[in-house]
Design a protein around this ligand. Structure first.
Ligand SMILES: Cc1cc2nc3c(=O)[nH]c(=O)nc-3n(C[C@H](O)[C@H](O)[C@H](O)COP(=O)(O)OP(=O)(O)OC[C@H]3O[C@@H](n4cnc5c(N)ncnc54)[C@H](O)[C@@H]3O)c2cc1C
Length: 414
């Protein structure tokens, strides 16, 4: 069936790729669906792997499964048996939250961790196999103009973008809808909301991946480790089927350069954790190279869209990583966009419906992520109170606190 609707997606990150697949995926172009062609416009000259590990909670895994990409990443991922929370300075166990089979039974899908490159590769492979999706690289979207029945996209140096089928060489691209999945510094968001700069958190994330046999004995790649200390914490988990361990060190720092992967000096990390428990110290000594980025989010928006334009992923709801949900929320967004666009509404109606379904939930996660960051980095008596409370709650009540988040989509067909 010829595709008679064209949706443009700005940005080829996890949110943009998932969204394209959910809109044009194999089972969305069935008899009751509007046949849809999707073009992803990505500013980079190639889709680069940024970051290292990514926790894919059940709410997101369920979507990847429905889109047919979970199978491809399964052998490269790890289902951690538990999250082990420990005190940074002496290694004392604060709490152990079971995951593994417990997570799957409770939330109907597994809690897994993956290497970001593996997830990206699986999404791109599914897109390459889909004749209704195109990726246009070197296409930096500068802005849009809403017309009577469509939206015109304007590119900085859009030679590649304008090579898109059906577009005149000297005109902007036209589409029936535009989804801005262009990340934290989104150009689409800027035009939708007129908003200024991101809010820097005063915290910087340092990331590294090390071969599993190079991590100290006592660090279990089959568990997610979470070490808490004053103004700092440390996370580690196995990726690539357990062959590598992803290490994330986050601590207070007022460095705020934009970008995802500035090289970091190893000594800076070693120095920050010098008084932590020997195992935590040995772990941060393992990697030779670190990359770092300044953590920023934004306040939730009161409007995500205008006419045939909307936002998804970090462009819509950038959040701090303390709920490990940024990519998961972008994956959920993609799924919901796929559903509303398949339901027969016109594009602006579908986008408003999508925004109604998404805005409250994602604002809650943004808010919870901020407060988790505060809680993780407590010191002194406040930290002792936190640890005692977590210990008292026990595993079942700790798990129950995530039901609203990880149980999403169980009954929504995802
Ligand atoms: C330390 C850390 C740990 C994290 N851990 C987790 C985790 O465990 N689980 C989880 O779910 N999330 C996690 N996240 C969050 C997650 O990484 C992000 O939320 C997610 O990657 C955002 O995806 P996105 O596609 O919305 O945006 P991005 O990944 O930023 O992609 C945006 C894309 O748009 C392109 N682009 C930008 N501007 C334009 C333009 N004008 N025109 C065309 N293209 C453009 C960019 O080049 C980029 O490719 C973590 C984040 C950090 C910092």
């Amino acid at each position: 069936m010829a595709a008679d609707r064209h949706i443009a997606v700005a940005g080829g990150g996890i949110a943009g790729l998932t969204t394209a697949l959910a809109i044009a995926g194999p089972d969305t172009n069935g008899p009751t669906r509007v046949p849809t062609r999707v073009t992803i416009y990505e500013q980079a000259t190639r889709l680069e792997e940024v970051g290292a590990g990514l926790q894919v909670s059940p709410n997101a895994w369920r979507v990847l499964d429905a889109l047919g990409v979970a199978e491809a990443i399964l052998p490269r991922s790890v289902a951690p048996e538990a999250i082990l929370m420990r005190r940074g300075r002496d290694g004392r166990v604060i709490a152990r939250i079971p995951l593994g089979d417990t997570a799957t039974a409770r939330w109907g899908a597994p809690y897994r961790v993956v290497h970001r490159a593996d997830l990206q590769a699986a999404l791109v492979a599914a897109i390459d196999a889909n004749p209704n999706i195109d990726i246009r690289l070197s296409s930096h979207l500068e802005g849009f103009r809403i017309g009577k029945a469509d939206v015109a996209l304007h590119f900085a140096d859009g030679a590649d973008a304008r090579a898109d089928a059906g577009a005149d060489a000297d005109t902007d691209i036209r589409a029936d809808g535009l989804i801005g999945a262009d990340g934290l510094w989104s150009a689409v968001r800027r035009q939708v909301s007129g908003e200024a700069d991101p809010v820097y958190s005063g915290k910087v994330a340092w990331r590294a991946t090390v071969p599993a046999d190079a991590v100290p004995a006592g660090i279990n790649p089959w568990e997610t480790g979470l070490w808490l200390g004053r103004d700092a914490h440390l996370v580690h988990y196995g990726v690539r089927g357990g062959a590598e361990v992803n290490v994330v060190a986050i601590f207070a720092d007022d460095w705020t350069e934009p970008g995802w992967s500035a090289p970091g000096k190893r000594e800076d990390v070693l120095c920050r954790y010098a008084r932590w428990h020997r195992l935590a110290r040995a772990l941060v000594e393992a990697p030779d190279h670190w990359v770092k980025w300044a953590l920023a989010d934004r306040e939730p928006l009161s409007r995500w869209g205008l006419g045939p334009v909307t936002l998804a992923g970090d462009a819509a709801h950038p959040m701090l990583p303390f709920m490990a949900q940024g990519a998961a929320m972008g994956i959920e967004d993609g799924w919901v966009l796929g559903q509303v666009l398949a339901d027969g509404y016109d594009v602006p109606q579908a986008f408003r419906l999508y925004e109604n379904r998404r805005m409250r939930r994602t604002a809650r996660v943004q808010k919870d992520a901020r407060s988790n960051g505060e809680i993780y980095h407590l010191g002194g008596i406040a930290a002792a109170g936190r640890d005692a409370a977590l210990g008292l709650l026990g595993p079942q009540r700790l798990l129950a606190r995530f039901d609203w988040l990880y149980g999403w989509g169980r009954t929504a067909g995802a």
